[in-house]
Design a protein around this ligand. Structure first.
Ligand SMILES: Cc1cc2nc3c(=O)[nH]c(=O)nc-3n(C[C@H](O)[C@H](O)[C@H](O)COP(=O)(O)OP(=O)(O)OC[C@H]3O[C@@H](n4cnc5c(N)ncnc54)[C@H](O)[C@@H]3O)c2cc1C
Length: 550
């Protein structure tokens, strides 16, 4: 299992349940890196504890949000199997929030027709999920946990994934791992954007590793931008997208830098309730900033001063206390918010067994594309990690049970050589990789962000090519060398960014999270999924055979 967030840990547990011997590894600490532990809100599953619900209703809502692009089989798996994962984790001690009747509490989030989003408490859903899975993994003798190994290549021999090569980030040593099957569960890509809600480990490595191994990606143009992420004042230990539940429970006025409401100028409405949908809100905020009417840090204000203190406390008591520790009193001052890259709907193309087109290579979690189509509902991402993780682990273990390992030293040696070439420290010249990463983030934010044009996207593509040619400065160091890690990560970030940009160029319409200012309408000819793959060493974005578009 490459990556030990919600998906990787669930995959490990499921594979161990099928008697597999599992290596669960992460470039960070097992169960403590990535997005899962950062999430503070909810997990969507139609368990019907709060009100009558059924997975088919959840599916209907998911498909509607996906704007006709969901892979229905994957969406169905997510919705149908979500309840089983919630109950299984409950049995492992997940401590879902419960009411006096001992039923699991569920809230209604935007886009869901029912109250179906479970939580641990307002601040601890992600840590609760990650902690439960960590504890469960630690009970299993057949799961070996390895932290601080960054995988840099999947080893493929005779068209089959037979292991991986990576770097021990502490010692700098090259590591090889042989496996009968590999599950890529290395999370999302939002770190390729300047403004993001990501952990440092979300540089899109899963997608690059999949492409280099010969797998396909799907829907890469659909990066979800969250309109009102926290911008200022500084907030420590809290989820940057936490304002969403405040918004849908209590309202909250969006004001520009001149403290005026502005949503009505862009076809939305506000009047103290802030009900505008996400893409419209992002557009309005970015336009106000562009017009010089932004807040001091480049966003807008979110104002709750009209909401009485007791109402705030009644709805979000512990959060209000945590905000106070950060010096924020919502009854006195508005906070600054702005759109941020938050989640990726696209990803590795898999079938209903989570298999990629490379034999023995599976994917799970946010790394997978297709289930959410062009737009994801709140709470569906953790469910996706749990459901797809369980499926990938179980299927991979079942498929290879009793088979011989396919490890091939020559194939591994070639991958090791490529890694060593990237590990060589340069004596001088060049630009540090972290500076190049920041340039890439700027390019992606400016020209491949929430609103794009063909001209901007071409500029982004040229910028990515230019960065690829830049010599990278790496200071020599024994063992731990952040420059080297940054260089390896940059290589993956550039590949993944190119996949996003190529797909965004190809989709000459606006749909869900992909908004083209030069093609503002949805076009029925584009109700189909775009595929990115490597052909002749080059990335290409196109429409599967039989679905070609003009
Ligand atoms: C701030 C925030 C809040 C969110 N809130 C919610 C919410 O309330 N509800 C919801 O449904 N969703 C939410 N999401 C989205 C959701 O948390 C993620 O989509 C989901 O947790 C992804 O799980 P995962 O296991 O696929 O990836 P992750 O949890 O990101 O785990 C991936 C792991 O892979 C490791 N890794 C990466 N590259 C490599 C490599 N090369 N080699 C080895 N290891 C590697 C990383 O270190 C990481 O530990 C939120 C996301 C964020 C960022």
């Amino acid at each position: 299992m490459v990556g030990a967030g919600g998906a990787g840990m669930y995959a490990a547990i499921a594979a161990a349940g099928k008697d597999a011997s599992v290596l669960l590894l992460d470039k960070s600490l097992v169960g403590r890196g990535g997005a899962t532990i950062m999430a503070q809100m909810t997990v969507a599953a139609a368990i019907g504890h709060e009100e009558p619900d059924h997975w088919t209703d959840h599916l209907q809502d998911t498909l509607a949000a996906g704007r006709e692009l969901c892979d229905e089989r994957l969406a169905r798996m997510l919705c149908e199997n979500g309840p089983a994962r919630i109950f299984e984790m409950d049995g492992w001690g997940a401590h879902w929030a419960r009411g006096a009747d001992d039923r699991i509490r569920q809230v209604k989030a935007p886009g869901h027709g029912r109250a179906r989003c479970c939580y641990v408490d307002f601040l601890n859903t992600g840590p609760g999920v990650a902690g439960t899975l960590r504890r469960q993994v630690s009970r299993l003798g057949s799961v070996r946990r390895v932290s601080n190994v960054a995988v840099t290549e999947i080893v493929v021999h005779d068209g089959r994934a037979v292991g991986a090569v990576g770097m021990d980030v502490v010692s700098g040593d090259v590591v090889t791992m042989n496996a009968k099957a590999v599950v890529l569960a290395a999370g999302g890509l939002t770190k390729i954007y300047r403004r993001n809600s990501a952990s440092t480990n979300m540089g899109g490595e899963a997608y690059a590793l999949a492409l280099w191994a010969g797998a396909e990606l799907i829907d890469m143009e659909f990066v979800q931008f969250f309109p009102i992420a926290h911008l200022a004042p500084r907030l420590v230990g809290m989820d940057p997208i936490m304002w969403d539940p405040f918004r849908y429970k209590l309202g909250g006025r969006l004001l520009n830098g001149d403290f005026e409401e502005f949503m009505h100028r862009y076809g939305g409405q506000d009047s103290g309730t802030y009900t505008t949908v996400r893409d419209q809100a992002s557009y309005a905020i970015l336009k106000e900033v562009e017009a010089g009417r932004g807040s001091p840090h480049g966003g807008v204000y979110l104002d709750f001063r009209h909401v009485p203190d007791e109402t705030l406390r009644g709805a979000f008591g512990p959060v209000i206390d945590r905000l106070a520790q950060n010096g924020i009193d919502l009854t006195l001052t508005p906070v600054e918010v702005a759109p941020t890259a938050h989640y990726h709907m696209g990803g590795i193309r898999v079938n209903h067994r989570m298999e990629t087109r490379v034999a023995g290579l599976y994917a799970a979690g946010e790394a997978v594309g297709g289930a959410n189509g062009a737009n994801r509902l709140s709470g569906n991402a953790i469910t996706e990690a749990l459901v797809f993780g369980e499926c990938a682990g179980r299927e991979a273990a079942t498929a290879v049970a009793g088979s011989a390992r396919g490890w091939n030293p020559a194939a591994a040696e070639a991958a090791v050589e490529r890694l060593r070439a990237g590990l060589t420290a340069d004596a001088g010249g060049g630009v540090p990789a972290n500076v190049l990463q920041r340039r890439l983030q700027d390019i992606m934010w400016e020209d491949a962000g929430p609103f794009r044009t063909g001209e901007q996207l071409q500029r982004a593509l040229d910028g990515i090519h230019e960065l690829r040619q830049s010599p990278v400065a790496v200071r020599p160091a024994d063992g731990f060398n952040l420059d080297l890690q940054d260089r390896l990560e940059l290589r993956a970030m550039l590949t993944t960014a190119e996949a996003v940009v190529r797909a965004a160029i190809g989709r000459t319409e606006s749909r869900g999270a992909h908004q083209r200012l030069d093609f503002q309408e949805s076009d029925a000819r584009f109700v189909t999924n775009q595929v990115v793959e490597t052909r002749g060493g080059e990335l290409t974005a196109g429409w599967p055979v039989g679905q070609s578009l003009p």
